[in-house]
Ligand binder design. Sequence first.
Ligand code: HSE
Length: 294
Amino acid sequence: MIKVRVPGTTSNLGSGFDCLGLALTIYGEFGFEETESGLCFSGVDPQYQNEDNLAIASYRKVKEEAGFGRKYGLKLSIKSDIPISRGLGSSGSLIVAGAVAANISCGNALSPEELLDIAAGIEGHPDNVAPALLGGFTVALKDEGRFFARRCLIDERLKFCALVPDFEVSTRKAREALPSAVPFSDAVFNLSRAAMMVPAMASGDLKLIALAMRDTLHQKYRAPLIHQFEQVRSACLASGAAAVFISGSGPTVMCIYENDSFPCTMESELSAMHDRWQAIALKPDMHGATVLEE
Ligand code: HSE
């Protein structure tokens, strides 16, 4: 059996739509075992027990790209703390797990760059799979059909609090909420801030991070999909959050904070909302996908 641990991620970080991402200390463990034929699952919801399962699809894709056929069955077991469809990179974690495990099974035939390219191709955008694979804070882009990513410095002491509601928002719906064109001034607003995020994250300067996170490209269009978003955001800021942003395509609301009591305070603040919100304290994960057993 090949066992891989993959971190959850937060992406966009406000201004860096589809390009900035960060691995976080919340994990899934994925076991893969090749069998004679068929599929077998453990710890997987019945609706995902098929060939469309992203971990299975990426496992097969990597083996095919490495020149191995499809004539094998697979047993997939999952134990994951990454909430599903909440904007914390659960689908990216499945894709990266399948890609890394398949590459191990064929003697690391593919390079990390090729794995990233395949994984991001399956997800459609690179900002979750890049940090899930590489760990840390990443910048990624797509050029002429190929994906590229690099790790950047981050102050590892930064503290993140994921506020995770008990409702889902699908990435497809969240992308449909976006306009097909934006004013030139909005594009300039974001690109200057996304660029500033690189030195801001390296320095850990919370004021600079908050400035760099401001966004005009996506969050205002997606906010209506997140129940009581404005109240949640105001409660975060009133409780001392240094910065607040929608994690990936939502609905998780992510805060950067200083005071250790912040997650506890938020959980009690949000207990008055219509939906149930859970506060999870997280740090940057610096390891990315890790092979536990091979
Ligand atoms: N950058 C993507 C989005 C992340 O915001 O739609 C979703 O996984």
